[in-house]
Ligand binder design. Structure first.
Ligand SMILES: Nc1ncnc2c1ncn2[C@@H]1O[C@H](COP(=O)(O)OP(=O)(O)OP(=O)(O)O)[C@@H](O)[C@H]1O
Length: 307
Protein backbone atom coordinates (compact mmCIF):
# COMPACT_ATOMS: atom_id res chain seq x y z
CA UNK A 1 0.00 0.00 0.00
CA UNK A 2 1.19 3.51 -0.82
CA UNK A 3 0.32 6.39 1.50
CA UNK A 4 1.44 9.97 1.12
CA UNK A 5 0.66 12.54 3.80
CA UNK A 6 0.91 16.22 2.98
CA UNK A 7 3.75 15.29 0.67
CA UNK A 8 5.44 18.45 -0.59
CA UNK A 9 8.50 19.14 -2.72
CA UNK A 10 9.79 22.60 -3.45
CA UNK A 11 12.41 23.43 -6.07
CA UNK A 12 13.92 26.87 -5.56
CA UNK A 13 11.02 27.81 -3.33
CA UNK A 14 8.41 26.77 -5.93
CA UNK A 15 6.11 23.86 -5.10
CA UNK A 16 6.35 20.98 -7.59
CA UNK A 17 4.23 18.75 -5.32
CA UNK A 18 1.89 20.51 -2.96
CA UNK A 19 0.47 18.74 0.10
CA UNK A 20 -0.33 15.54 -1.74
CA UNK A 21 -2.50 13.11 0.19
CA UNK A 22 -2.78 9.86 -1.67
CA UNK A 23 -3.65 6.32 -0.74
CA UNK A 24 -3.28 3.38 -3.12
CA UNK A 25 -4.43 0.10 -1.62
CA UNK A 26 -3.47 -3.55 -2.06
CA UNK A 27 -4.82 -5.00 -5.30
CA UNK A 28 -5.42 -1.51 -6.69
CA UNK A 29 -4.07 -0.56 -10.12
CA UNK A 30 -3.88 3.21 -9.88
CA UNK A 31 -3.42 5.41 -12.94
CA UNK A 32 -1.51 8.56 -12.01
CA UNK A 33 -2.27 11.23 -14.58
CA UNK A 34 -1.59 14.87 -15.11
CA UNK A 35 -0.42 17.37 -17.73
CA UNK A 36 3.28 18.11 -18.32
CA UNK A 37 4.92 19.64 -15.28
CA UNK A 38 2.07 18.62 -12.95
CA UNK A 39 4.36 16.88 -10.45
CA UNK A 40 4.08 13.19 -11.41
CA UNK A 41 7.81 12.49 -11.77
CA UNK A 42 8.63 14.45 -8.64
CA UNK A 43 6.08 12.37 -6.71
CA UNK A 44 7.50 9.13 -8.11
CA UNK A 45 11.05 10.18 -7.23
CA UNK A 46 9.91 10.71 -3.64
CA UNK A 47 7.98 7.42 -3.56
CA UNK A 48 11.06 5.56 -4.75
CA UNK A 49 13.32 7.31 -2.22
CA UNK A 50 15.42 9.02 -4.91
CA UNK A 51 14.72 12.52 -3.66
CA UNK A 52 13.67 13.71 -0.23
CA UNK A 53 10.39 15.52 0.39
CA UNK A 54 10.61 19.13 1.56
CA UNK A 55 7.86 18.23 4.03
CA UNK A 56 5.27 15.52 4.56
CA UNK A 57 5.91 11.83 4.14
CA UNK A 58 5.35 8.82 1.96
CA UNK A 59 5.22 5.24 3.14
CA UNK A 60 5.32 2.06 1.11
CA UNK A 61 3.78 -0.81 3.09
CA UNK A 62 4.51 1.09 6.27
CA UNK A 63 8.13 1.92 5.37
CA UNK A 64 9.00 5.61 5.28
CA UNK A 65 11.14 5.56 2.15
CA UNK A 66 12.88 8.87 2.87
CA UNK A 67 14.11 7.56 6.23
CA UNK A 68 14.76 4.02 5.05
CA UNK A 69 15.45 4.02 1.31
CA UNK A 70 17.18 0.61 1.30
CA UNK A 71 14.20 -1.12 2.94
CA UNK A 72 11.97 0.76 0.50
CA UNK A 73 13.90 -0.68 -2.45
CA UNK A 74 13.36 -4.21 -1.13
CA UNK A 75 9.58 -3.97 -1.25
CA UNK A 76 9.31 -1.76 -4.30
CA UNK A 77 9.59 -2.55 -8.00
CA UNK A 78 10.19 0.46 -10.22
CA UNK A 79 10.22 0.82 -13.99
CA UNK A 80 11.57 4.29 -14.85
CA UNK A 81 10.74 5.98 -18.14
CA UNK A 82 14.31 5.40 -19.40
CA UNK A 83 15.75 2.31 -17.88
CA UNK A 84 19.50 1.80 -18.20
CA UNK A 85 21.21 -1.58 -18.50
CA UNK A 86 24.75 -2.81 -19.05
CA UNK A 87 24.93 -2.66 -22.84
CA UNK A 88 27.61 -5.33 -23.24
CA UNK A 89 25.59 -7.96 -21.33
CA UNK A 90 22.55 -9.91 -22.53
CA UNK A 91 19.16 -9.35 -20.92
CA UNK A 92 19.54 -12.54 -18.88
CA UNK A 93 23.04 -11.54 -17.72
CA UNK A 94 21.78 -8.08 -16.72
CA UNK A 95 18.95 -9.53 -14.64
CA UNK A 96 21.28 -12.06 -13.07
CA UNK A 97 23.82 -9.40 -12.12
CA UNK A 98 21.25 -6.90 -10.81
CA UNK A 99 19.29 -9.68 -9.06
CA UNK A 100 22.33 -10.42 -6.88
CA UNK A 101 21.50 -7.28 -4.90
CA UNK A 102 18.27 -8.90 -3.69
CA UNK A 103 18.10 -11.43 -0.89
CA UNK A 104 17.34 -14.47 -3.08
CA UNK A 105 19.12 -17.80 -3.52
CA UNK A 106 20.83 -18.22 -6.88
CA UNK A 107 18.45 -21.04 -7.88
CA UNK A 108 15.39 -18.92 -6.98
CA UNK A 109 16.90 -16.04 -8.91
CA UNK A 110 17.53 -18.20 -11.95
CA UNK A 111 13.98 -19.56 -11.89
CA UNK A 112 12.46 -16.10 -11.43
CA UNK A 113 14.56 -14.68 -14.29
CA UNK A 114 13.43 -17.44 -16.68
CA UNK A 115 9.74 -16.89 -15.74
CA UNK A 116 10.05 -13.14 -16.22
CA UNK A 117 12.00 -13.34 -19.48
CA UNK A 118 9.30 -15.65 -20.79
CA UNK A 119 6.49 -13.33 -19.77
CA UNK A 120 8.14 -10.36 -21.53
CA UNK A 121 9.07 -12.50 -24.57
CA UNK A 122 12.83 -12.16 -24.23
CA UNK A 123 13.72 -15.70 -23.19
CA UNK A 124 15.20 -16.66 -26.57
CA UNK A 125 16.98 -13.40 -27.35
CA UNK A 126 20.77 -13.95 -27.44
CA UNK A 127 21.70 -10.32 -28.26
CA UNK A 128 23.44 -7.98 -25.89
CA UNK A 129 21.25 -5.16 -24.53
CA UNK A 130 23.24 -2.60 -26.58
CA UNK A 131 21.60 -4.18 -29.64
CA UNK A 132 18.07 -4.12 -28.18
CA UNK A 133 15.27 -1.99 -29.63
CA UNK A 134 13.61 0.53 -27.32
CA UNK A 135 10.62 -1.79 -26.86
CA UNK A 136 12.87 -4.72 -25.91
CA UNK A 137 14.69 -2.47 -23.44
CA UNK A 138 11.39 -1.47 -21.90
CA UNK A 139 10.23 -5.10 -21.65
CA UNK A 140 13.49 -6.00 -19.92
CA UNK A 141 12.90 -3.02 -17.61
CA UNK A 142 9.52 -4.47 -16.65
CA UNK A 143 11.17 -7.82 -15.88
CA UNK A 144 13.75 -6.04 -13.72
CA UNK A 145 11.05 -4.10 -11.87
CA UNK A 146 9.39 -7.41 -10.94
CA UNK A 147 12.55 -9.36 -10.20
CA UNK A 148 12.35 -9.11 -6.41
CA UNK A 149 8.64 -10.06 -6.48
CA UNK A 150 7.77 -6.64 -5.02
CA UNK A 151 4.62 -5.86 -3.05
CA UNK A 152 4.35 -2.43 -4.63
CA UNK A 153 5.11 -1.70 -8.28
CA UNK A 154 5.56 1.74 -9.86
CA UNK A 155 5.60 1.91 -13.65
CA UNK A 156 6.49 5.15 -15.44
CA UNK A 157 5.21 5.26 -19.05
CA UNK A 158 5.38 1.44 -19.30
CA UNK A 159 3.87 1.10 -22.78
CA UNK A 160 5.51 4.04 -24.56
CA UNK A 161 7.69 1.84 -26.80
CA UNK A 162 5.71 -1.39 -26.91
CA UNK A 163 4.20 -3.02 -30.00
CA UNK A 164 0.58 -4.28 -29.78
CA UNK A 165 1.69 -7.77 -28.72
CA UNK A 166 3.94 -6.20 -26.07
CA UNK A 167 1.01 -4.13 -24.80
CA UNK A 168 -1.16 -7.25 -24.46
CA UNK A 169 1.57 -9.06 -22.52
CA UNK A 170 2.05 -6.01 -20.31
CA UNK A 171 -1.70 -5.91 -19.56
CA UNK A 172 -1.66 -9.59 -18.61
CA UNK A 173 1.26 -8.94 -16.26
CA UNK A 174 -0.48 -5.98 -14.61
CA UNK A 175 -3.73 -7.94 -14.24
CA UNK A 176 -1.80 -10.79 -12.63
CA UNK A 177 -0.16 -8.35 -10.18
CA UNK A 178 -3.62 -7.09 -9.20
CA UNK A 179 -4.84 -10.68 -8.69
CA UNK A 180 -1.89 -11.21 -6.36
CA UNK A 181 -3.11 -8.18 -4.35
CA UNK A 182 -0.03 -6.13 -5.21
CA UNK A 183 -0.25 -2.34 -5.29
CA UNK A 184 0.41 -0.91 -8.75
CA UNK A 185 0.86 2.75 -9.64
CA UNK A 186 1.10 3.56 -13.35
CA UNK A 187 2.10 6.94 -14.66
CA UNK A 188 1.21 7.44 -18.33
CA UNK A 189 0.05 9.90 -20.92
CA UNK A 190 -1.62 7.14 -22.96
CA UNK A 191 -5.07 7.53 -21.46
CA UNK A 192 -6.72 4.71 -23.42
CA UNK A 193 -4.06 2.37 -22.02
CA UNK A 194 -4.56 3.66 -18.50
CA UNK A 195 -8.30 3.09 -18.87
CA UNK A 196 -7.68 -0.47 -20.05
CA UNK A 197 -5.74 -1.61 -16.98
CA UNK A 198 -6.39 0.75 -14.08
CA UNK A 199 -9.06 0.18 -11.47
CA UNK A 200 -8.75 3.73 -10.18
CA UNK A 201 -7.33 7.02 -11.43
CA UNK A 202 -5.92 10.12 -9.84
CA UNK A 203 -5.22 13.40 -11.55
CA UNK A 204 -2.52 15.74 -10.34
CA UNK A 205 -2.37 19.33 -11.50
CA UNK A 206 0.07 21.99 -10.30
CA UNK A 207 1.24 19.57 -7.63
CA UNK A 208 -2.23 18.93 -6.20
CA UNK A 209 -4.53 15.95 -6.49
CA UNK A 210 -7.61 17.33 -8.24
CA UNK A 211 -9.60 14.16 -8.92
CA UNK A 212 -9.52 10.59 -7.69
CA UNK A 213 -11.81 7.60 -8.14
CA UNK A 214 -13.02 5.08 -10.71
CA UNK A 215 -12.71 6.01 -14.39
CA UNK A 216 -16.37 7.02 -14.34
CA UNK A 217 -15.99 9.14 -11.20
CA UNK A 218 -12.96 10.93 -12.62
CA UNK A 219 -14.77 11.53 -15.92
CA UNK A 220 -17.69 13.01 -13.94
CA UNK A 221 -15.30 15.28 -12.06
CA UNK A 222 -13.69 16.46 -15.33
CA UNK A 223 -17.13 17.07 -16.83
CA UNK A 224 -17.88 19.35 -13.89
CA UNK A 225 -14.49 21.09 -14.02
CA UNK A 226 -14.72 21.69 -17.77
CA UNK A 227 -18.38 22.68 -17.63
CA UNK A 228 -19.08 20.19 -20.40
CA UNK A 229 -22.63 19.20 -21.13
CA UNK A 230 -23.54 15.65 -21.91
CA UNK A 231 -26.62 14.31 -23.63
CA UNK A 232 -29.08 11.53 -23.03
CA UNK A 233 -30.57 10.10 -26.19
CA UNK A 234 -34.01 8.52 -25.86
CA UNK A 235 -35.26 6.46 -28.79
CA UNK A 236 -38.98 5.98 -28.92
CA UNK A 237 -41.72 4.87 -31.30
CA UNK A 238 -44.05 7.28 -29.51
CA UNK A 239 -43.74 10.89 -30.87
CA UNK A 240 -45.23 12.23 -27.59
CA UNK A 241 -41.90 11.61 -25.85
CA UNK A 242 -40.61 15.05 -26.96
CA UNK A 243 -43.57 16.94 -25.46
CA UNK A 244 -43.39 14.85 -22.32
CA UNK A 245 -39.67 15.48 -21.70
CA UNK A 246 -40.18 19.18 -22.54
CA UNK A 247 -42.81 19.39 -19.80
CA UNK A 248 -40.53 18.01 -17.09
CA UNK A 249 -39.09 20.61 -14.76
CA UNK A 250 -35.59 19.48 -13.77
CA UNK A 251 -32.66 21.86 -13.14
CA UNK A 252 -30.22 19.32 -14.65
CA UNK A 253 -31.96 19.48 -18.05
CA UNK A 254 -30.40 22.20 -20.20
CA UNK A 255 -32.08 21.64 -23.56
CA UNK A 256 -34.38 19.17 -25.32
CA UNK A 257 -34.10 18.53 -29.06
CA UNK A 258 -36.45 16.51 -31.22
CA UNK A 259 -34.97 13.58 -33.16
CA UNK A 260 -36.56 11.56 -35.95
CA UNK A 261 -37.31 8.71 -33.59
CA UNK A 262 -36.94 10.21 -30.14
CA UNK A 263 -35.30 13.08 -28.28
CA UNK A 264 -31.90 14.32 -27.29
CA UNK A 265 -31.67 15.82 -23.80
CA UNK A 266 -28.70 18.03 -22.93
CA UNK A 267 -28.01 17.50 -19.24
CA UNK A 268 -25.62 18.74 -16.57
CA UNK A 269 -25.25 15.23 -15.16
CA UNK A 270 -26.39 11.70 -15.87
CA UNK A 271 -30.09 11.62 -14.89
CA UNK A 272 -31.02 8.48 -16.81
CA UNK A 273 -32.35 6.69 -13.70
CA UNK A 274 -34.61 9.62 -12.82
CA UNK A 275 -35.86 9.93 -16.41
CA UNK A 276 -36.51 6.19 -16.66
CA UNK A 277 -38.54 6.33 -13.45
CA UNK A 278 -40.70 9.24 -14.68
CA UNK A 279 -41.09 7.79 -18.17
CA UNK A 280 -42.12 4.37 -16.84
CA UNK A 281 -45.61 5.35 -15.79
CA UNK A 282 -46.16 8.21 -18.22
CA UNK A 283 -44.80 7.56 -21.65
CA UNK A 284 -44.88 4.26 -23.52
CA UNK A 285 -42.89 3.19 -26.57
CA UNK A 286 -39.35 3.85 -25.29
CA UNK A 287 -36.94 1.48 -27.06
CA UNK A 288 -33.57 2.77 -25.95
CA UNK A 289 -31.93 5.32 -23.68
CA UNK A 290 -28.21 6.04 -23.55
CA UNK A 291 -25.72 8.66 -22.44
CA UNK A 292 -23.42 10.38 -24.91
CA UNK A 293 -20.49 12.27 -23.46
CA UNK A 294 -16.85 13.00 -24.25
CA UNK A 295 -14.33 10.33 -23.29
CA UNK A 296 -11.47 10.70 -20.82
CA UNK A 297 -9.02 11.96 -23.49
CA UNK A 298 -11.33 14.74 -24.71
CA UNK A 299 -12.20 15.78 -21.18
CA UNK A 300 -8.56 15.79 -20.15
CA UNK A 301 -7.70 18.01 -23.11
CA UNK A 302 -10.56 20.38 -22.33
CA UNK A 303 -9.49 20.85 -18.72
CA UNK A 304 -5.71 20.92 -19.18
CA UNK A 305 -5.15 22.42 -22.63
CA UNK A 306 -4.83 25.87 -21.10
CA UNK A 307 -2.05 24.80 -18.66
N1 LIG B 1 15.23 19.21 -10.64
C1 LIG B 1 14.34 20.19 -10.76
N2 LIG B 1 14.68 21.47 -10.49
C2 LIG B 1 13.81 22.49 -10.57
N3 LIG B 1 12.52 22.34 -10.95
C3 LIG B 1 12.10 21.09 -11.24
C4 LIG B 1 12.99 19.95 -11.17
N4 LIG B 1 12.28 18.85 -11.52
C5 LIG B 1 11.04 19.26 -11.80
N5 LIG B 1 10.93 20.59 -11.63
C6 LIG B 1 9.69 21.40 -11.81
O1 LIG B 1 8.69 20.83 -10.99
C7 LIG B 1 7.43 20.82 -11.64
C8 LIG B 1 6.91 19.38 -11.72
O2 LIG B 1 7.74 18.65 -12.61
P1 LIG B 1 7.58 17.09 -12.84
O3 LIG B 1 8.74 16.65 -13.66
O4 LIG B 1 7.35 16.41 -11.55
O5 LIG B 1 6.23 17.03 -13.70
P2 LIG B 1 5.57 15.80 -14.50
O6 LIG B 1 4.13 15.77 -14.11
O7 LIG B 1 6.36 14.58 -14.29
O8 LIG B 1 5.70 16.30 -16.00
P3 LIG B 1 5.87 15.46 -17.38
O9 LIG B 1 4.52 14.92 -17.72
O10 LIG B 1 6.30 16.54 -18.33
O11 LIG B 1 6.92 14.42 -17.17
C9 LIG B 1 7.65 21.48 -12.99
O12 LIG B 1 7.31 22.85 -12.86
C10 LIG B 1 9.15 21.33 -13.22
O13 LIG B 1 9.64 22.40 -14.00
Amino acid sequence: MIITENLTKKYNGKKAVDNLNLEVGDGEVFGFLGPNGAGKSTTILMLTGMIEPTSGSCTINGVNVALNPLKGKEILGYLPEDVGFYKNLTGRENLDYLGKFYPMSSSDREERIETLLKSVRLQDVPQKVGEYSRGMNQRLGLALALLNDPEVVILDEPTANLDPEGVLRYREIVNQLAKEEKTVLICSHILSEVKAVCTTLGIISQGRLVARGSVEEVENELILQSNTSQKIVIRSINPDVYDFIESISNPDILEVNRLKNGVEVQVKRDIRDELAEILKGNCSGITEMYLERPGLEDLFLKVYRRE
